[in-house]
Design a protein around this ligand. Structure first.
Ligand code: NAP
Length: 269
C-alpha cells in the first residue's frame, strides 16, 4: 500500500522520459496512484507519450492543447469518465517562441509575449478551473516553476516574467479554490536537462553554477524533483497551499557566490 493507493489524477506535460512530469508521475505510480496523461494533439506527439504510458498500463491518454479551452474541458471530461473524480492534477507545461526567449527581455515581441503567457501561465488557470469540476472532495494541483521568476537569471529572459506571473497565479488560485479544499502549489526545480530546458540556455553551465554556489554543493537529481512533486500532491502536504517549494539544493537562499568565491579567485569559474 502506497500513500497514493486509491488516488486518481491527471498529468499534463509529459513529452518524453526526460520530462519533469514523467519523473513525478513515476513516483506517483510507485505509491499506488492511477494516472491519466495528456499529449499535444498530433500522431507524432501521441506516439512519443504512448511509448511511456502503454508499458505502465495507463488507463487514459488524451490530446490537449492548453491554448484551446475546449481541449482542456474535453480532457478533464475524459478523465472524469475514466476515474469518476480526481484527487490530483500535475501541470508541467511551458512554452515561448524561440526567438523571443533567446533575445533580451527588452526586445521580445508582443505576439511572443502573449503566446508564452498563454501557454505557460493562463494554462494553469484554465487547468485548475476544469480540475475543480472533478474534485468534489477537494484535491491537490501542482505546477512547475523556476527561480528565474524571482531573480534575474542570465538567458531565462521572458520566461522569467512568465514564471513570476505563474508564482502569483499559484497564490491567487490557492485563495480562490481553498474553500473547495483544493490546494494549489508549485515546485521550483533547479536546472534539469529536458526538451524545454534546451530552449533557455546551457543546462551544463547552469548545473555547474549550482554545484559551485548551492549550500549542498551539487545540482539536484531528476528523482528528487519527482519525490518532492509527489509529496506536494499527496495528503502529507495537506496543510500546504499557495506555496512555492524550492527543490534546488538551497541555491535560492544564497545572497553571494558563497564557496564559489574560492573557485573564482583560483580562476576556475
Ligand atoms: P518538457 O519535457 O519539454 O515539458 C514541457 C511540456 O510542455 C511538454 O510536454 C510540451 O509538449 C508541453 N507543452 C508545450 N506547449 C503546450 C501546449 N500548448 N499544450 C499542452 N502542452 C504543451 O520540459 P520540462 O523541463 O519537463 O518542463 C516542464 C515544466 O517544468 C515547465 O513549466 C518548465 O518551465 C518547468 N521547469 C523546468 C526546469 C528545467 O530545468 N527543466 C526547471 C524548473 C522548472 P510538447 O513537447 O509535445 O510540445
Amino acid at each position: 500500500m502506497g500513500i497514493f493507493s486509491g488516488k486518481k489524477g491527471l498529468v499534463l506535460g509529459v513529452a518524453n522520459d526526460y520530462s519533469i512530469a514523467w519523473a513525478i508521475a513515476q513516483k506517483l505510480i510507485e505509491q499506488g496512484a492511477e494516472v491519466g496523461f495528456t499529449h499535444l494533439p498530433g500522431d507524432k506527439m501521441e506516439r512519443r507519450v504512448r511509448k511511456l504510458t502503454d508499458p505502465i498500463g495507463a488507463k487514459l491518454l488524451v490530446p490537449c492543447d492548453v491554448q484551446k479551452d475546449e481541449d482542456v474541458a474535453a480532457a478533464f471530461d475524459r478523465a472524469g469518465e475514466a476515474f469518476g473524480s480526481l484527487d490530483f492534477v500535475l501541470h508541467s507545461i511551458a512554452f515561448a517562441p524561440i526567438n523571443d526567449i533567446k533575445c533580451p527581455y527588452a526586445e521580445c515581441s508582443r505576439e511572443g509575449f502573449k503566446t508564452a503567457m498563454d501557454i505557460s501561465v493562463y494554462s494553469l488557470v484554465i487547468v485548475a478551473r476544469n480540475a475543480a469540476r472533478y474534485m468534489p472532495n477537494g484535491g491537490s494541483i501542482l505546477t512547475l516553476t523556476y527561480f528565474g521568476g524571482e531573480r534575474v537569471v542570465q538567458g531565462y529572459n521572458m520566461m522569467g516574467v512568465c514564471k513570476a506571473a505563474l508564482d502569483a497565479s499559484v497564490k491567487y488560485l490557492a485563495y480562490d479554490l481553498g474553500p473547495k479544499k483544493i490546494r494549489v502549489n508549485a515546485v521550483s526545480a533547479g536546472p534539469i536537462k529536458t526538451l524545454a530546458a534546451s530552449a533557455v540556455g546551457d543546462a551544463d553551465a547552469l548545473g555547474g553554477l549550482y554545484e559551485a554556489v548551492s549550500p549542498l554543493q551539487r545540482n539536484i537529481e531528476r528523482e528528487e524533483v519527482g519525490s518532492s512533486g509527489m509529496f506536494m500532491l499527496s495528503d502529507l502536504a495537506s496543510g500546504i497551499t499557495g506555496e512555492v517549494l524550492h527543490v534546488d539544493c538551497g541555491y535560492n537562499v544564497m545572497g553571494s557566490p558563497g564557496r564559489a568565491v574560492e573557485a573564482i579567485k583560483a580562476g576556475k569559474l
